[in-house]
Each structure stands twice: as structure tokens, then as C-alpha cells.
Design a protein around this ligand. Sequence first.
Ligand code: UD1
Length: 370
Amino acid sequence: MKKIISVVGARPNFMKVAPIHKAFKKHHDKITHLICHTGQHYDEKMSKVFFEDLELPQPDFYLGVGSGSHAEQTATVMIEFEKILINEKPDLVLVVGDVNSTIACSLTAKKLHIKVVHVEAGLRSFDMEMPEEINRILTDRISDYLFVTEKSGLENLKNEGVDDSKVFFVGNVMIDSLVHYQPKINKSNILEHFNLSPFNFCLVTLHRPSNVDTRESLEKLVNFLNILAKERKVVFPIHPRTKINLEKYALIQTLSDAIILSEPIGYIDFQALIKNAELIVTDSGGIQEESTYLGVQCITLRTSTERPSTVDIGTNQLIGVDLEKVEVACLNVLAGNKKAGIIPELWDGKAAKRIAEILSKDDLKKGMME
Ligand code: UD1
């Protein structure tokens, strides 16, 4: 019997661990699965609603670390997680994605000689100013099992000299959730709630520090959104970081009345908005993938992406942060010039099943890196 503790911390982690939990349950004779929530995200709308929507059980451990500087947050997770590991002595610690909880828990486990599993390994933006890039590189460096979502991840790990016996190309667990919950997503009444018609509105999400932490960049974003709102209805669920800064710089009141502002939205309703949007404007990582899977037009307000398949073969366009260029790209899509896309390999709803099959084996199988 293997004891595995999976870590969730921030919003983008929940939809990745949910399918893994379901897949591990099918191997309950071989795997005991426990979930640790670090509490990096703690608001009802950033965390609790996701547990409900994704049918995740109550976490077995809750560290309650909350917000803070990077050092404070990472260090507090490490101190609290170490106590759990010493008590529980798991065989494996599984981390997902690239948030501060990911590196904090993998580092803590590795120093206690507990093997680390990284789901969503190998993604690289090559921008070391992104906290997530640092988290990704360091987590991969100390992981024992690296599960990769897209081909670029295999190349990156090969270039970094990672032993191919540790690397497995399994597909995308976030897409597993999207596939699994399609029937529920189709029943969401969020469009009626906001009085929207399908494929006739823009969905906007912005939360990257590089976009929302300074007055200058936020002012430019507000101007851009006000222009976009003249073309279509705009729905803008505001991330806490963005809201705090819009209020701090007294910019929230300068957003056009035509923009539908909302609190962060739960998983099912948010996926229904993605699925029915004419255009998405975002700086999120996960939304680039979800829109590519659904064939929805996405414009990414970043200069790099760690998910290049969404641009190379998907419906994502990486436009950068020059908002004049972003405006041109948006108007182009709204004029009907849509980018065709295909779904990346193995984004088929079965990634967690593959992970569970590999981890339930007694010995580590040879990896599948090319
Ligand atoms: C984190 C992740 C980012 C991910 C994002 C998704 C890191 C380095 N960043 O960024 O990769 O894309 O989550 O949301 O781990 N806050 C609340 N309520 C909450 C959580 C946060 O009000 O439930 C506020 C806090 O005041 C905090 C701010 O939001 O200062 C930012 O939260 P934090 O977890 O530090 O980073 P995110 O910007 O959410």
C-alpha cells in the first residue's frame, strides 16, 4: 500500500487534484490518498466553492497559511507541512502546477527523503521574473516523477538534463476536469444570471503581478477595457489581487458601467462562461489551455507563455502587453477573423487515469521521454 499526500494551495490547483483523487480511488487497494490544503487561497470564492463544484472531499490537513510576501508564504507552508510529513510518513508527495505551495511542499518533502511527484512538469516561460517560473524550475529539479502535459515539456526537461526514466507524457489533468464536468457545465445558468447571449460577450481575467500591481499598467488596462466594452458586453470577474490594487489606486470607479464586474466565480459557472465567450482576454495560464480545448478565441496579455501548444496549434494568441496591439487583435477577432485550432495530444480526459496507473505500480516504470 502506498500512502500519497497531494497538495492543493491556490485556485488553479483544485481542478488538477480533483481528477487525480477520483483516479486514485479506483486503485484504493494500492493507494491511500490524503489531501493537504495549504490555505494559500482561503476565501470562500477562491477555494471552498471549488471543493463543492469539483466534489473534492474535505482536505485531510489544512495548514491555514494565508497571504504574505513570497518568503513568508513559502516558509510558513514549509514549517506547517513538515509537521504533517513527520507524522504521516507518506511514500509520495504529489504537487501540481507552479504556485508557491508547489515549491514549498516539494522542497519540504525532498529534504525528508520523501519522493516528489510533479504534475504539469516541464512547462517553461523562460521568464525568470515570473514567480511561477522559479517555482516550476525548482520543483522539477527535485521531483522523482515528472508528469508532462504537452510536448514542449518533454523538450524542456531533456534540455535541462532530466533523466528520462523520471518523465512521463500523460496529458493534462485540468482538461480531465473540463471533460468530466461538461454535463454540469452545460446546465449552468450563469449566462441568464448576467443576461448574456452565447458567443456575444467577452470574458476578461487579469491577475498577474506584472499586469495589475502598478498604477500605470492598471490605468492602461482600465482604458482598454472601457474601449472593449463599447464593442461587446464584457464580463470581468475580479481576482482579489486585482481588486485590492484597483481600489488602492482609485481606478475601480473609472471602469465603464457597461462592464459586468463580479466576484471570483466558481468552477462550473466559470467554465460555462469560457465555453460561451466570443472572446477571452486573459493573463492566466490555465485559461489558455481551457480555451484551446474548447476552441474558444483567447488573447493572452503576456509576453511569454509556458504553454506554447495553445499558441502553436490552439486558439490562443500571445499578443504581449502593448494595449494598442491587444486592442487591434481583439477587434480583429470580434470582426470574425477567428484563429483555427486543434486539441493538443493526450488532452483527452484520461491523464489522471494514466498517472494513477503508473503510481500504483510497485516499481517506477521507465519514463516515456523521447
Ligand atoms: C497565485 C499564484 C498564481 C496563480 C494564482 C491564481 C503564486 C506565486 N501565484 O497568485 O500562480 O495563477 O494564485 O489565483 O503562488 N487573496 C485573497 N483571498 C484569497 C487569496 C488571496 O484576498 O483567497 C489576496 C491576498 O490579499 C493576497 C493576494 O490576493 O495578497 C494575492 O494572493 P497570492 O496567493 O499571494 O497570489 P495570487 O496573485 O493569487
